[in-house]
Design a protein around this ligand. Structure first.
Ligand SMILES: Nc1ncnc2c1ncn2[C@@H]1O[C@H](COP(=O)(O)OP(=O)(O)OP(=O)(O)O)[C@@H](O)[C@H]1O
Ligand SMILES: Nc1nc2c(ncn2[C@H]2C[C@H](O)[C@@H](COP(=O)(O)OP(=O)(O)O)O2)c(=O)[nH]1
Length: 418
């Protein structure tokens, strides 16, 4: 069994678990049982026949684990017997960075079925899984562990209670966001792509587009203005008008040179997808530094989009589950060029939907998620606002395109002395 999983087993009982129940986080941990004390109720609505499993991906290889996590869900969703309920779960060591590991919580309302254990063993042969199976006790919603096991290791009989645990100050995924979801360094993002080579051949093509090393960008002579906002808020329309009005150079992130691979990496798990967008920002930064010596530069999306979508995706539930304002995760990468001004186009949801529809282009999966999941959209919008470095200046994008342009030109002239 991977050394990592063995060490994890030994720390199993000091871990806290997080299961999303009806979009609300439920935190619990395992407490050694002594004597015949009764397990306290943690999960409501469990019957005596219910059997639950915590299935955690504890791969020692970050890339393989990231790739395996979505595959595991697809396999479980496909192969589990009817009557099984699958939700996301995580486990972490309180206040220990990078201790958050992801997994799934299975609730099987069928009588005990060896089929599930066989399925987990087969899956566990591909990547070390840590499985803790629970049995609901006397139907009252009490749970205790039956066995802790990793398919590649004998079962470890155990006798733990499942007891509620306090909600931590911030969502535990925040403990692992930096350089897993939000990349704060070129080297960290490039390292992910270097390690992807064996699994995703196109990673090599992206690496070839990167600068050998980050040349120290000279501060551009001319102002650099980034336009941010959700899809269909009018960024493309406004940036093209600003380019014409200011005689500026128009750039976008990810840069054109990465467009052949964007759709492919949009399908990859967050660790790889976010590294892709982070690397795109570094290439765009090099272009900004060059063009900014000759003309003002307008950029269509940059770091704020990368960080806001990554943070909003890595958390779940209400805005309150975002890392607190001022957290390190909102910081600007020290090796990434900072623009002179960042304008965030804001628009009410109905008008944005109308523009999306009028535009007719198919929606990105993130856009579909924005539509479907208002909570996700609210997390993206709030994450935009919390990002430090140059903070966003919001611009109401609901007036006509020309009015938005005039308003924006006023802001640029007053902030950038153009
Ligand atoms: N101020 C405006 N008033 C009314 N319609 C607008 C305005 N700005 C843009 N539009 C229209 O809204 C649609 C979306 O605009 P645009 O493509 O510029 O948004 P976007 O933010 O660049 O979207 P995406 O990020 O998805 O590319 C287009 O059909 C555009 O013509
Ligand atoms: N540009 C950019 N887009 C990102 C990033 N992270 C996530 N996204 C999402 C935002 C949108 O839903 C989707 C499309 O972004 P976009 O740049 O507006 O695409 P485009 O339609 O203008 O080509 O990608 C990111 O880091 N940069």
């Amino acid at each position: 069994m991977a050394k990592h999983a063995k060490s994890l087993l030994s720390r199993w009982s000091s871990r806290v678990f997080l299961v999303e129940v009806d979009e609300k986080p439920l935190y619990f941990r395992l407490q050694e049982r002594h004597g015949g004390e009764r397990a306290p109720r943690v999960f409501g609505r469990l019957r005596e026949a219910d059997r639950c499993y915590s299935v955690l991906v504890c791969s020692g290889d970050r890339i393989k684990g990231a790739k395996f996590y979505p595959e595991l869900r697809n396999k479980l969703a496909r192969d589990l017997p009817p009557g099984c309920d699958l939700t996301t779960m995580g486990s972490f060591l309180p206040r220990v960075r990078d201790s958050f590991i992801r997994g799934y919580f299975l609730k099987s309302s069928v009588e005990y079925s060896p089929h599930i254990e066989r399925l987990l063993r087969d899956l566990g042969r591909r990547e070390p899984l840590l499985v803790c199976s629970y049995t609901a006790a006397d139907g009252g919603g009490q749970l205790w562990t039956q066995r802790l096991w990793s398919p590649s290791q004998d079962e470890t009989p155990s006798d733990y209670f499942v007891v509620s645990s306090d909600e931590p100050e911030c969502h535990p995924s925040a403990l692992s966001m930096i350089n897993n979801d939000v990349f704060h360094s070129f080297e960290e993002a490039r390292d992910v792509f270097r390690k992807c080579g064996g699994i995703i051949p196109e990673a090599a093509s992206v690496l070839e587009m990167l600068p050998g090393s980050l040349e120290v960008c000279q501060k551009p002579k001319f102002p650099v203005i980034v336009i941010e906002g959700l899809d269909a808020t009018g960024k493309t329309t406004l940036t093209e008008s600003l380019r014409d009005s200011l005689g500026a150079t128009l750039l976008r992130s990810p840069p054109e040179c990465l467009s052949p691979w964007r759709a492919l990496f949009d399908q990859e798990p967050p660790l790889i997808r976010r590294a892709f967008y982070a690397l795109g920002n570094y290439i765009t930064a090099q272009q900004i530094a060059q063009e900014g010596m000759k003309t003002p530069v307008i950029v269509d999306r940059f770091w704020h989009s990368t960080a806001a979508y990554a943070i909003a995706t890595a958390t779940s539930g209400p805005v309150s589950s975002l890392p607190q304002g001022g957290s390190e995760v909102y910081g600007w990468p020290s090796d990434l060029l900072q623009p002179s001004l960042v304008l965030l186009l804001t628009l009410d949801a109905e008008e944005r939907k109308r523009r999306l529809k009028d535009r007719g282009l198919e929606k990105t999966d993130e856009e579909q998620q924005l539509d479907r999941n208002q909570l996700f959209r609210l997390r993206v919008e709030e994450a935009y606002r919390r990002i430090s470095g140059p903070p966003c200046v919001t611009v109401d994008a609901s007036p006509s395109a020309d009015k938005v342009l005039q308003e924006t030109l006023l802001l640029i002239r007053s902030n950038c002395h153009l």
